[in-house]
Design a protein around this ligand. Structure first.
Ligand SMILES: Nc1ncnc2c1ncn2[C@@H]1O[C@H](COP(=O)(O)OP(=O)(O)OP(=O)(O)O)[C@@H](O)[C@H]1O
Ligand SMILES: [Mg+2]
Length: 400
């Protein structure tokens, strides 16, 4: 492989800002795929895939038709103004079925053609109409509605929930998969006690270290490259489970190596990749961070607090108690501050970038990153400052 061919491949396989399209570049998610398979196989069951922004929901949906070869998979991407009719109109048109069609000419010959389905010709399409259309189909069909969190039309959401129930009762070979950003199923489709039995919840967590490693191995094979173990560990650690950062760091590291004629990704390539990844991070992350740490001092306590957050996994998986953070802050900076609540409070303010948001009061007070991607961004910043050792050796700054 020439240097140019390798650089082109690198450009093609890493997609920090676009979902995966082909199964060869799709890593892990075995458990989630198995759950979706079970849902399709179980008559009357439907799936709701939910997770954080950027967790990999669309990528998962994109590869379903390459995995379930005996199922006809339809993908609909929902948008803000969609009505129930809009969503199902786009969905059913994508279903192609063979039909005998009379050819034009003197001889009345028939040919088999693939034709599309259409919704019944009436204004108000009801869940029952959808179920009726598919009541007798024998071919397993999987309708996926992605980005469903965008849909603002309340009636569309209610009707969709009713459709799942009606399909379960009347169209056993049809499965619906609804996917979107949410913390739970109710947030995405609303609370319907009657739906509980027919919905399988598929929570898409951030990528596990083993999945990141698998992805990097796949990419190394395709590009005929190798990666230093320590660099692989750092990509896994710094991306904090966000596949966007896995792609970004891996892409720039590979580019740096390949551009220098190397096939082994080494620490200096990765170091450069970190700088490029910071520069290529979203404007909102960069500007929020800049606001948060602005200070007239050479080094300020806001950055130290953020570095502590970047280096400390939340004590309940999502958010921090101020005391827990204080303990880690004092340990990291060899300090004996009594409280960092002032800084934490300030970091919730607009003029400090609104990096954090708080919930609860006094005893129940907790802080969490407003944009979870900020964790990866902070980790990159820590790296450019020389890593953990730098912070620990750093000054015992005042709290304000
Ligand atoms: N299983 C995977 N293997 C490799 N890369 C992945 C995988 N899943 C997602 N990605 C990458 O992660 C990034 C986000 O993926 P994707 O767009 O699918 O997420 P999403 O959850 O649909 O995002 P959003 O919440 O914005 O709709 C993309 O760069 C994509 O290429
Ligand atoms: Mg998506």
């Amino acid at each position: 492989m020439t240097k140019e061919e390798r650089l082109l491949l690198i450009h093609q396989i890493y997609s920090p800002s676009a979902p995966v399209e082909v199964i060869d570049l799709f890593a892990g998610r075995k458990k989630e795929l198995l759950n979706i398979r079970k849902t399709v196989q179980e008559k009357g069951q439907h799936a709701v895939v939910f997770g954080r922004r950027g967790a990999g929901k669309t990528s998962l949906i994109n590869v379903l038709n390459q995995i379930f070869t005996n199922v006809f998979v339809v993908k609909v991407t929902a948008s803000r103004n969609d009505t129930f009719e809009d969503l199902w109109d786009r969905a059913v048109r994508k279903v192609k079925y063979p039909e005998k069609v009379q050819k034009i000419g003197f001889k009345s010959e028939f040919a088999e053609e693939l034709v599309s389905l259409y919704l019944p010709d009436k204004r108000d399409i009801l869940p029952g109409d959808i179920a009726e259309m598919f009541a007798d189909v024998e071919q397993p069909l999987l309708f996926t509605f992605d980005e469903f969190d965008c849909v603002e039309n309340k009636t569309a959401k209610i009707k969709m929930a009713d459709t799942l129930k009606t399909l379960s009762d009347n169209a056993p070979n049809v499965t619906v998969l609804i996917s979107g950003i949410a913390e739970n199923v109710n947030q995405l489709v609303g609370f319907h006690p009657s739906l509980e039995r027919c919905i399988r919840q598929v929570e898409l967590a951030l990528m596990q270290a083993s999945e990141v490693e698998l992805f990097l191995k796949m990419c190394m094979q395709i590009t005929e490259m190798h990666i230093r173990k320590e660099v692989l560990r750092q990509i896994t650690e710094y991306s904090a489970g966000f596949p966007h950062y896995v792609h970004l760091l891996a892409k720039f590291s590979a580019q740096e190596a390949a551009a220098n004629g190397a096939t082994m990704i080494l620490q200096p390539h990765f170091n450069r990749a970190v700088t490029l990844s910071i520069e290529n991070s979203s404007h909102s992350l960069r500007s929020a961070y800049k606001l948060a740490v602005k200070s007239s001092k050479a080094k300020n306590s806001y950055e130290n607090v953020l570095f502590t957050i970047g280096n400390t996994p939340p004590d309940d998986g999502e958010s921090y108690s101020p005391d827990f953070l204080l303990e880690h802050y004092n340990r990291a900076y060899n300090a004996n501050s009594k409280s960092i609540k002032y800084n934490l409070g300030m970091l919730c303010r607009k003029d400090r970038g609104e990096i954090l948001e708080k919930s609860g009061r006094s005893e129940t007070l907790r802080y969490r990153l407003k944009n979870p991607l900020m964790r990866a961004f902070i980790k990159l910043k820590i790296h450019t400052e020389g890593g953990e050792t730098y912070i620990i050796a750093k000054t015992k700054n005042a709290n304000k």
